[in-house]
Write a protein that binds this ligand. Sequence first.
Ligand code: 6PG
Length: 238
Amino acid sequence: MQTDALTPPEILRTPAFVADAARFILDCAKRAIAERGLFRLSLAGGNTPKPVYAEFARLGNDGALPWDRVQITFGDERCVAPDHADSNYRMARESLLEAAGIPEGNVFRIAGEDDPEAAARNLEARLSAVASRLGEARYIHDLILLGLGEDGHTASLFPGSPALMETERNLIPVIGPKPPPQRISFTFPLINAAREIAFLVKDPSKEQVIQEVIAGDPRHPASHVRPVNGRVTWIIGE
Ligand code: 6PG
């Protein structure tokens, strides 16, 4: 499947959002593990994906997915403790990580409780170590899950942020308008190195911004998600 930044996205509108999104992730997992022995998955934060993660855990357990072959990263994290109600890690732990029994060493948690710059650098080092071992110039995710904000943000890449211009680093501390403001986010170089990217959106109030992003409206950060050698899929709940 040769796709690149010019390949139009796949668009799946579905009333069975949770089931279809979970199945999409499972299919990506099986393909990656069959081809490379590892599934490198980045989780989106926010509220939308939580039931999808729980269903993915259920499907994976039912289908005996080798969870020890799944490596987890986070597209962004709020700078709070891992047990804080706003923590994306906590949301993932409660919906997926515990249910699937993914080994702790496979989970590249962003230490939201630490100094943001130190936490970003720590993750940068961990991703670079894997990339080097696999002969990659930059860590390549098999699948990055992303949400979408009404202002066109994705991960914690918000309109007008200097982080949008980052060309070298994989993760960067940001201050955003969505509380809590202090966050650490993937950058476009890391996002656009992925083999597959899936936007998970289930909010009718976002229909206008979905259309604008798919049309490539440059005002929206999410419009700059264009994998160099990968495919974008929109899974939109109706
Ligand atoms: C975050 C997310 C953010 C989220 C969107 C959509 O940490 O806040 O990464 O990008 O995906 O804001 O959030 P909802 O799914 O809650 O609408």
